[in-house]
Design a protein around this ligand. Structure first.
Ligand SMILES: [Zn+2]
Length: 488
């Protein structure tokens, strides 16, 4: 493939008049393409990028995360990224508004240490990683100019993948590595050398598409002011405002914890599998953000928590408990896509999937035919597996998070298992409540159960009922406008 050397034209308004030096085409084809892209995006202003700021407002359909499977709600998200490249300082602010309330969190990093800031709790704690590609990489990928900047740093690892028509215009496809991500494939317009689209693959969700348009400039650097993000072909983030500021000075305040915020305790290390033995035959275990409860009942082993890697957790349960039975039941807490990821594994282990009629279709869709399809047991309001001390009780409740949620209660241990309604990554301290917490607390109280311990799908920590009571008592809706520039 040869890349034409002569002209750069733009779609619509003539915003570019960048001359490509002929010497830039002396190298291999990848180098030629990347040099042409670099020139198109701003030349030395881009290559010597000192700072950038990304300000985003998104309409975000709650794909796979709605109140009922039948109606997808919309969240309203705002993001502000500030990057001081020379000082290796990065901040990422995220505001989201949805049916569970409003949330504002930040991550700040100086490249070596990083903190997450919770504006509702007015607290901060250690971030899981100081690598800005981890917490801000998603926003960086929504900005074509940042991709052009990043590919210029890894020229030798870029690979041409041929030519393709995109939106009826000839494009060149080129792949590039991107830290903490699968490789990215850029669709570069053959006339303008601007990026029209980027795709990458997520093993769990399929193809992710980023579509760029409406090119504008700031301080000599071109960027697409419209960015829409698609998950497996379905709009997932629709930008209503995508504004970039390049090479402007950024106050150090952006990278500091707000005054008077209190420090949280230590974060629980979940890089290895964590095992909580509740009692003989009753274990809560998992890794990272996915945990299951396993209970040996007189009707067989009951598992709750449907995150992927269920088999690995069940294997560990068998080793720890020395109970080697097939899995009898898998309780599907609710219909959200992330909690259906392990259901094929549960079906392959021979488990009956416990759910409700309204969620049948999404549960069936989540189980691969190769796993045997899985038997479904629809419950209505309540079911008990096992007898006496070796029993679990499953209750259907309604919260703001899900119209139908299955709470699992182990009477002998005064333990419930829930997902998504309360959480904290820290070893101690009161979890910050939101409307999910408040409505689940009310639902649990209405059941009249004697609860002392709370295990969850996302946290290694076993919470106490007192933690939940304190959390709900301290609940106050976040008024972002008073607290943070992102909300004004
Ligand atoms: Zn959920």
């Amino acid at each position: 493939m040869r890349i034409k050397t002569k002209k750069i034209t733009t779609m619509g308004a003539a915003i570019l008049s960048v001359a490509i030096p002929l010497a830039a085409f002396a190298g291999d084809e990848e180098n030629q393409l990347i040099d042409a892209m670099t020139s198109a995006y701003g030349g030395s202003a881009l290559i010597n990028l000192k700072t950038f700021q990304i300000e985003d407002r998104f309409i975000a359909p709650t794909t796979g995360q709605s109140h009922t499977p039948g109606l997808q709600e919309i969240n309203y998200n705002r993001i502000l990224v500030k990057a001081d490249i020379a000082q290796s300082k990065f901040s990422y602010d995220f505001w989201t508004e949805g049916r569970s309330g409003s949330f504002l969190t930040s991550t700040i990093s100086d490249g070596e240490t990083a903190f997450t800031i919770d504006y509702q709790a007015k607290s901060y704690g250690q971030a899981p990683s100081a690598d800005h590609y981890g917490f801000a990489g998603g926003s960086m990928r929504t900005t074509d100019a940042i991709l052009a900047y990043e590919i210029s740093k890894v020229k030798d690892q870029a690979k041409l993948l041929g030519e393709v028509d995109y939106l009826n215009r000839p494009h060149v496809k080129v792949s590039m590595p991107f830290p903490q991500s699968a490789d990215l494939t850029l669709f570069v317009d053959k006339e303008t050398y601007l990026i029209s689209k980027m795709t990458r693959n997520n093993p769990a969700f399929g193809d992710l598409d980023y579509v760029y348009s409406n090119y504008q400039q700031n301080n000599g650097i071109t960027y697409a002011a419209n960015i829409d993000f698609f998950l497996a072909g379905v709009p997932n983030l629709i930008s209503t405002n995508h504004k970039l500021v390049f090479n402007d000075s950024i106050s150090d305040d952006a990278f500091a914890v707000p005054e008077k915020f209190k420090e949280e305790g230590d974060r629980i290390d979940t890089t290895e599998m964590r095992v909580n033995k509740i009692a003989s035959g009753v274990y809560h275990l998992g890794q990272g953000g996915g945990y299951s409860l396993f209970v040996d009942t007189s009707d067989g082993v009951v598992a709750v928590g449907g995150y992927p890697a269920l088999t690995a957790r069940y294997d560990r349960y068998k080793t720890e408990s020395d109970i080697h039975k097939p899995l009898s039941y898998q309780v599907v807490t609710h219909h959200h896509s992330d909690h259906l990821g392990g259901l094929s594994e549960a079906a392959a282990l021979g488990a009956t999937l416990v759910t409700v009629a309204d969620n049948n279709q999404v549960v069936k869709d989540a189980v691969s035919p190769s796993s045997g399809g899985g038997r479904l047991l629809n419950i209505s309001k309540q079911v008990t597996f096992g007898e006496g001390k070796k029993r679990v009780e499953i209750y259907e409740v309604a919260t703001i998070h899900a119209a139908s949620f299955l709470v699992t209660y182990v009477p002998a241990e005064k333990l419930v298992f829930i997902a998504d309604h309360m959480g904290s990554p820290y070893k101690t301290g009161v979890p910050t409540a939101n409307l999910n917490t408040v409505t689940m607390h009310a639902a649990l109280k209405a059941l009249g159960l004697d609860i002392k311990k709370i295990a969850t799908a996302h946290n290694a920590r076993i919470f106490s009922w007192k933690d939940m009571e304190k959390s709900v008592a301290a609940y106050a809706p976040l008024n972002c406008a008073e607290d943070h520039s992102l909300c004004r």
